[in-house]
Design a protein around this ligand. Structure first.
Ligand SMILES: [Zn+2]
Length: 484
């Protein structure tokens, strides 16, 4: 396979020189000028006439991007315009064995046998030559794979060093992705706090739109994009790599790791309990039947207006429901608006009470227990991931997966609820002793925010049966059970 192997009777009339520039961060491959010079002198030493030089400038033949000059060269070989190929090394020509096979097929049908490289000549017209070419192509593919492995290792090393990555400025940080942008950090902290206190992503993204806070790219927030930000490891000062936390980042966190764990637990709890319909009732889940003790459900009834007897208006109610799904007595109902007003007034008054201040002073003692609950949720969450992995690998059946999943999901739900109960207190910061001021702005708060505040102090309220025929809701029917 040296120059002497080229039979003298095959006269090369119009050779193609092919060169390719690839992106090369490690500076290991030759510049295109050097490739061309070496190919020209090789052709000259053979006495081959060069018909045309074909040069591609792509990122990598391995990436599968189109190479226009290469395609043009194949066309010219097919049509007989060129009768041989000179290239610096076979890895300039192909990096995938499949590409080589396509090239060999073109050469075979066009009767092209001579491929010269600076390192070795390949005679495609005999089996040895073809074998060599295939070895070279396989080797080139391996090298190229090794190169991407090097890039992957570099990315992992960056991650392990906690360095930033990605082309886009993250919300909460400056362009260097390290310095905290205080104005946005304050927004993140408030969103996290309100989410932990029970507000939904939908409500919070609507709030950001109202207050004209855009995303890092200047767009309007969506519930999903906001959820991605507050779940991200980044804002807790952690570096994530391929979905896993690899260690502390070089930048400071905007929230604590504990807070982020609470956020994850809340998301897990919501996932386990399914998607929540938009909240339309201030006291959903907070009222109980005074006859049988089961929770009251919300309903909207259409009733004829008493004034003109024709116009239909909606009447919102909370009712005890019988039947297998609810198991209540079905014998109690209360009109929504008056009971909502009574509870709201009671909550606002409660905020100013000395009992509440006393109750909250015992809050710090609960932090240790909270950490334990978080640990349990995290452990259960990884158990779920593990089960999903086993199912994906085919190690367990779908039925087994379901069976194993249900008790874990139930436990996550229960524990997350306990976490929620313990983390609702922060929403009251700044509100304690300010019930009177809050009353002024209460109507301007959205339903989720109002519910979150009520939820933070009220465990539930029992609704006692009313007097038959009573037109208004008596204050005595509402019996609040306070958390704080
Ligand atoms: Zn009942």
């Amino acid at each position: 396979m040296t120059k002497t192997d080229v039979p003298p009777h095959r006269r090369i009339l119009s050779a193609a020189i092919y060169a390719r520039i690839s992106s090369d961060p490690l500076g290991q491959s030759l510049g295109v000028q050097r490739q061309l010079e070496d190919c020209r002198s090789l052709a000259e030493s053979r006495g081959w006439n060069v018909g045309e030089e074909y040069v591609d400038n792509d990122a990598s033949a391995y990436s599968g991007k189109s190479r226009p000059a290469y395609q043009r060269m194949l066309d010219d070989l097919r049509s007989g315009k060129r009768d041989s190929v000179v290239v610096y090394n076979l890895d300039r020509l192909h990096r995938q064995p499949s590409e080589l096979e396509a090239f060999v097929a073109v050469c075979e049908s066009a009767g092209v046998r001579d491929v010269a490289t600076v390192t070795a000549d390949i005679d495609l017209g005999n089996d040895d030559g073809l074998f060599m070419a295939r070895i070279f192509a396989a080797f080139a593919a391996k090298e190229s794979g090794r190169k991407s492995a090097r890039i992957r290792r570099k990315a992992l090393a960056n991650a392990q060093a906690g360095l930033p990555h990605g082309p886009v400025r993250p919300f909460g940080y400056e362009d260097d992705k390290i310095t905290i942008r205080e104005s946005e950090a304050a927004v993140i902290r408030q969103v996290v706090e309100r989410f932990l206190a029970g507000e939904s992503m939908r409500s919070l993204s609507a709030w950001l739109t109202e207050t004209q806070v855009p995303t890092a790219r200047g767009a309007e927030w969506r519930p999903s994009s906001l959820g991605t930000v507050i779940r991200s490891a980044r804002i807790a000062g952690l570096r994530e790599h391929k979905g896993e936390i690899v260690g502390p980042a070089v930048w400071d966190g905007i929230i604590t790791v504990d807070q982020r764990n609470q956020v994850l637990a809340r998301f897990a709890a919501r996932k386990a309990s399914g998607r929540r319909a938009p909240r339309r009732y201030l006291l959903s889940g907070l009222l109980r039947c005074g006859r049988c003790g089961t929770p009251l459900y919300t309903s909207t009834q259409h009733v004829k207006s008493t004034t003109n007897g024709r116009q239909v208006r909606r009447s919102r109610r909370y009712s005890c429901m019988s039947g297998p799904d609810h198991n209540g007595c079905g014998k109690l109902t209360i009109v929504a608006e008056p009971v909502e007003q009574i509870i709201t007034a009671a909550v606002l008054a409660r905020l100013d009470s000395p009992q509440l201040a006393d109750a909250l002073s015992g809050r710090i003692a609960a932090d240790e227990q909270l950490a334990k609950l978080q640990e349990q949720v995290n452990a259960d969450q990884s158990k779920l991931d593990e089960l999903a992995g086993l199912y994906a690998d085919g190690a367990i059946t779908a039925r087994e997966w379901m069976a194993a999943r249900v008790p874990v999901e139930t436990r996550i739900k229960t524990v997350s609820r306990q976490i929620t109960d313990q983390t609702t207190a922060p929403i009251l910061d700044g509100l304690i002793g300010n019930g009177t001021q809050l009353a002024q702005s209460w109507e301007s708060l959205n339903l989720d925010r109002q519910h979150a505040i009520i939820r933070a102090v009220l465990d539930f309220a029992t609704i006692l049966p009313g007097r038959r025929g009573a037109q208004s809701v008596a204050l005595e029917r509402v019996q609040p059970q306070w958390i704080h």
